[in-house]
Design a protein around this ligand. Structure first.
Ligand code: WQD
Length: 341
């Protein structure tokens, strides 16, 4: 039987490449679009080594309407789309707001236009826990009201969610969409053939930790230890990227089975909050590496604490966390070592 074709924008990126592997292993035929603006071709080789097959790939920009039309026409029978492609650095978005709005919002509009033209109805969208801003109460559920975003990046995710709700609610709409609000994805595929590949100095905690342990960075700076949390450092919900990738497969299937409402929103986290110091200690325990770190000033825009209520995704997406924080960190370390540190 022919595999059902799913377009994966940003399929060479960190989460995208893991989702491509899980989609293929679940029996789908992923088709990748990427422009390598924040990803590398080596991810496609990693995917191929894991799966033992080449995944169809188109090097295009999702903002390029004609190129998008050409891909939809050439692929013929796309049944759904997972839209990962976006800029994602919170700090950079403050420096380059126009680029962020243009790329993140513009690419979604282009994609929706082409999906409508070609009658493709199912869309899984990469949203983010940044839409909650600084929450009043924890954990956050999907009903927790969103607040003004702390950055243009967060604002693009809120806008994209609004656009999708409006488009799906139009009387003649055919779009059905699942918004996955990711918490902090970490870790790498157990094969260590794909993982997070930050360009330049990492902005996110885990690649900074693994690069410090590998001797590429001198020391980790923990951004503040006087927050109103038990040990004074920020609390986040760190979810293994393979678990997160699997949530996309279930979401796609749910849309294709037409079980879903027109728009559904799910938190994808573990339901556990861990402080930065706990992450450092867990990394040391999991890998036997001693981590050089100092306490620095707080980073602008950081939310003191956020973690997910995952009741809805557990019940309706059958989402499961299959690994502990230590296991996720040890997979990130294995990946770092595979890069030849
Ligand atoms: C985690 C914690 C830092 C680096 C943001 C977005 C989210 C997602 C990822 C897309 C924080 C601390 C970090 C360092 C540190 N989006 N830290 N020293 O900010 O929670 O999430 O990026 O990619 O949508 O909101 O992730 O990994 O940057 O930080 O102490 O060198 O680690 O202060 O508490 P964040 P992060």
């Amino acid at each position: 039987m022919d595999r059902i074709k799913i377009l994966v924008t940003g399929g060479a990126g960190y989460i995208g490449s893991h989702a491509v592997v899980e989609l293929y292993e679940a029996g789908f035929q992923p088709v990748i679009i990427d422009n390598f603006v924040n990803s590398q071709e080596s991810a496609l080789r990693g995917v191929e080594e894991i799966l033992g097959v080449k995944v169809p790939f188109h090097r295009i920009d999702c903002n390029d309407l004609e190129a998008m039309r050409a891909v939809f026409a050439e692929e013929g029978s796309l049944r759904g789309v997972i839209h990962f492609a976006a800029y994602k650095a919170v700090g950079e978005s403050v420096q380059k707001p126009l680029e962020y709005y243009q790329n993140n919002v513009g690419s979604l509009l282009t994609l929706l236009q082409v999906m409508r033209e070609f009658g493709v109805e199912a869309l899984v969208f990469s949203s983010s826990c940044t839409v909650y801003g600084v929450p009043d109460a924890l954990p956050v559920t999907e009903q927790t009201p969103t607040k003004k975003a702390n950055s243009p990046y967060g604002a693009t995710k809120q806008m994209c969610e609004d656009i999708l709700r409006d488009v799906a609610a139009a009387p003649d709409a055919s779009l059905r969409t699942i918004l996955l609000r990711y918490f902090n994805p970490i870790g790498a595929h157990p094969s260590a053939k794909i993982g997070e590949l930050p360009l330049g100095v990492p902005q996110n905690l885990i690649p900074y930790v693994t690069q410090t342990a590998a001797g590429i960075r001198e020391k980790l700076t923990i951004y503040g230890n006087t927050y109103d949390t038990p040990d004074g450092t920020n609390i986040r919900d760190y979810v293994h990227v393979v678990d997160l990738a699997k949530a996309h497969v279930v979401a796609v299937q749910r849309l294709l089975d037409a079980q879903a409402e027109r728009v559904e929103t799910f938190n994808v986290g573990t339901g556990r909050g861990n402080s930065v110091l706990e992450v450092v200690q867990a990394f040391e325990r999991a890998t036997g590496q001693k981590l050089n770190y100092v306490i620095g000033p707080p980073r602008a825009g950081d939310v003191p604490a956020i973690y997910a209520d995952v009741t809805k995704s557990t019940q309706e997406l059958h989402f499961q966390t299959t690994s502990t924080l230590e296991e996720a960190l040890s997979s990130a370390w294995k990946w770092q070592l595979s890069l030849g540190a």
